[in-house]
Design a protein around this ligand. Structure first.
Ligand SMILES: [Cu+2]
Length: 119
């Protein structure tokens, strides 16, 4: 290394380290914010809710997407939530704010069932 290169390196390295530390710090903040904005997707495909049973933290928004070419619904067995008819590629979202077990089914095809456990 020449004298000049050594001098450039001694200036560049601390700057790079500072940028790395800043980046690491900001990603840590973002990670700790995540529980309040958690999103979980359930796909309706071939008359099946997938995943059929999920466990999520309180505050999670669950979004059902209908990937079938016929309409479905997602209706809570206990009346906690009730979607409108979800057509092909349409979505329905519900945010679970209380812990509990939430079984649900499709009102059009009652044999289609699923469950969301909120902890
Ligand atoms: Cu259905």
């Amino acid at each position: 290394m020449t004298q000049k290169n050594v001098r450039v390196a001694s200036v560049v390295m601390p700057v790079m380290i500072a940028m790395l530390l800043l980046f690491a710090g900001s990603s840590r903040v973002r990670a700790s914010d995540q529980p309040s904005t958690a999103n979980v997707a359930i796909k309706i495909d071939n008359f099946v809710f997938g995943p059929q049973a999920i466990t999520v933290p309180v505050g999670t928004t669950v979004t059902w997407t209908n990937s079938d070419d016929i309409p479905h619904t997602a209706v809570s067995t206990d009346g906690v939530f009730k979607s409108k008819v979800i057509d092909t590629d349409e979505k329905f979202s519900y945010t679970f704010t209380k812990a509990g077990t939430y079984p649900y089914y499709c009102a059009i095809h009652p044999k289609m069932t699923g469950q969301v456990v909120v902890k």
